[in-house]
Design a protein around this ligand. Structure first.
Ligand SMILES: Cc1cc2nc3c(=O)[nH]c(=O)nc-3n(C[C@H](O)[C@H](O)[C@H](O)COP(=O)(O)OP(=O)(O)OC[C@H]3O[C@@H](n4cnc5c(N)ncnc54)[C@H](O)[C@@H]3O)c2cc1C
Length: 340
C-alpha cells in the first residue's frame, strides 16, 4: 500500500467540510455536510471547520456558524473568484499541508468531486466516494464510511487507519441539514493563499447556467423507467396535476429521453418526497436508494414479481400505457368537479 504524505501521528484532530455556494446562499449539500460534520465532531470531541473557497466570501460566514461549525476557514484570492479545479485544488492543498486535518468531507458534486480526487492523489491518501453513512471510531480517531457495492447488495465499511487526511464524498440529499441556530462561536480564520495565474491551466470560455432542475425536495416525485418507453410527457402531465416533479432511472437518462439532473438514485439525486410514484421501474437498489425515504411509495409495473414491489406501499400490476392515462383522466375530472 502506498504510504500517505501524513500519518496519524502528524494529524490535527479536526474535521473540515468543504462548502459550496450558489449566489448568496450555501448549497443544500453544504448544509447537509455541516450537520453530519457536527455529528462526527461531537462523537470525538474535535472542532468542526467549514471551509469556503472563493473571493469576498464574508457574507457566508454567518450561515456556516449558525449551522454549528466551530469556525470558518476562508481561502480567498481574486484568482478563486470563478471555479477552476487547478486553483481551488492548489488553495486547499496548501491549507491542508499547513494544518493537516484528520478528516475532510466533500459533497459529491461535480466541482468538489474533482477537487477531492486530485487531493487524494497529491496527498497519497484514500478517498471514500459516495458514502451513504459516516461515523467516527472514537478510540482510534478513524472515519468509518458506509459505501454500497455489488449493485447495492452489500454495504462495505471502509476505513483508512494509516492515511491522513481521511477524505470522503457524500451525494446531495443523503444527510439531513440542521435548522440554523445560535452559533457556537464567531471564529473566522483566513488561510494564506498564494496563487499565480500560471498554475491555472483551465480557461473559462463561457459560463452556461443550467435550467436549475432540483428534484431533491419535490413533495411528489413521479419517476419513469425503461418500461415507459420514453413517454415522459405523460409523467410530466401527472406530476403537474399532483404538484410534483419528474424523475427517472438511469436507462432513460442514458438514452437521452430526459436530463441527467433528473436521474434518481445512487449516482443521481437522493430524494425525500412525501409520495414517490414509480412507473415501469424494476427496482434495482441503485434506484431505490434515491426514493426509499418517501413516506408513501406507489409502483406500477406489468411484472407482478418486479423487485420494486418489495419496497412499495401500493403495488399496481399493469401496463403504464393504460394505467397512467386513466389516472390522469380521473384527476382532471376530479379537478373539474372540485372547481365547479
Ligand atoms: C454503479 C452503478 C450505479 C448506478 N446508479 C443508478 C442510479 O443512480 N439510478 C438508477 O436508476 N440506476 C442506476 N444504475 C442502474 C441500475 O442498476 C438499473 O440498471 C436501473 O435502475 C434499471 O432501470 P429501470 O428499472 O428503468 O429498467 P429495467 O430494470 O429494465 O426495468 C424496467 C421495468 O419496466 C417494467 N415494464 C416494462 N414495460 C412496462 C409497461 N408497459 N408497464 C409497466 N411496467 C413495464 C418491466 O417489468 C421492468 O420491471 C446504476 C448501475 C450501476 C452499475
Amino acid at each position: 500500500m502506498v504510504a500517505s504524505l501524513f500519518d496519524p501521528s502528524e494529524e490535527n484532530k479536526a474535521i473540515w467540510v468543504l462548502l459550496e455556494s450558489a449566489g448568496v446562499e450555501l448549497t443544500d449539500v453544504s448544509f447537509e455536510l455541516l450537520a453530519k460534520g457536527r455529528e462526527l465532531a461531537d462523537e470525538v470531541d474535535w472542532p468542526l471547520a467549514g471551509v469556503l473557497i472563493g473571493d469576498r466570501l464574508e457574507h457566508l460566514n454567518s450561515q456556516v456558524l449558525s449551522h454549528q461549525a466551530d469556525e470558518v476557514l476562508l481561502l480567498e484570492h481574486p484568482l478563486l473568484e470563478a471555479f477552476t479545479v487547478d486553483a481551488y485544488t492548489q488553495a486547499l492543498y496548501a491549507a491542508i499541508m499547513e494544518r493537516i486535518p484528520s478528516v475532510i468531507l466533500f459533497g459529491a458534486t461535480p466541482n468538489s468531486r474533482d477537487i477531492a480526487g486530485r487531493l487524494a492523489v497529491r496527498l497519497r491518501t484514500g478517498l471514500n466516494a459516495d458514502c451513504i453513512d459516516l461515523r467516527m471510531d472514537k478510540d482510534r480517531g478513524v472515519l468509518i464510511s458506509d459505501v454500497t457495492g455489488f449493485g447495492g447488495g452489500v454495504v462495505a465499511l471502509l476505513e483508512m487507519p494509516d492515511h491522513r487526511p481521511q477524505l470522503a464524498t457524500v451525494r446531495p440529499g443523503v444527510f439531513h441539514s440542521l435548522e440554523a441556530s445560535a452559533p457556537r462561536s464567531d471564529k473566522v480564520r483566513r488561510a494564506k493563499v498564494e496563487l499565480d495565474q500560471s498554475v491555472i491551466r483551465t480557461r473559462i470560455i463561457e459560463q452556461v447556467k443550467g435550467e436549475g432542475v432540483s428534484i431533491g425536495q419535490a413533495p411528489v416525485l413521479v419517476c419513469g423507467g425503461r418500461g415507459i418507453s420514453g413517454n415522459f410527457e405523460m409523467l410530466t402531465e401527472l406530476a403537474e396535476l399532483l404538484g410534483g416533479d419528474v424523475g427517472a432511472t438511469r436507462p432513460p437518462v442514458d438514452e437521452g429521453y430526459i436530463e441527467r439532473e433528473r436521474q434518481v438514485g445512487q449516482t443521481g439525486v437522493i430524494c425525500h418526497p412525501e409520495i414517490a410514484i414509480n412507473c415501469g421501474i424494476s427496482g434495482a437498489f441503485h434506484f431505490v436508494v434515491g426514493i426509499q425515504d418517501a413516506e408513501i411509495i406507489i409502483s406500477i409495473n406489468s411484472d407482478p414479481n418486479a423487485p420494486i414491489f418489495e419496497f412499495s406501499d401500493y403495488c399496481v400490476v399493469g401496463d403504464v400505457e393504460q394505467i397512467l392515462p386513466a389516472l390522469i383522466q380521473s384527476l382532471k375530472e376530479e379537478r373539474v368537479v372540485t372547481h365547479a
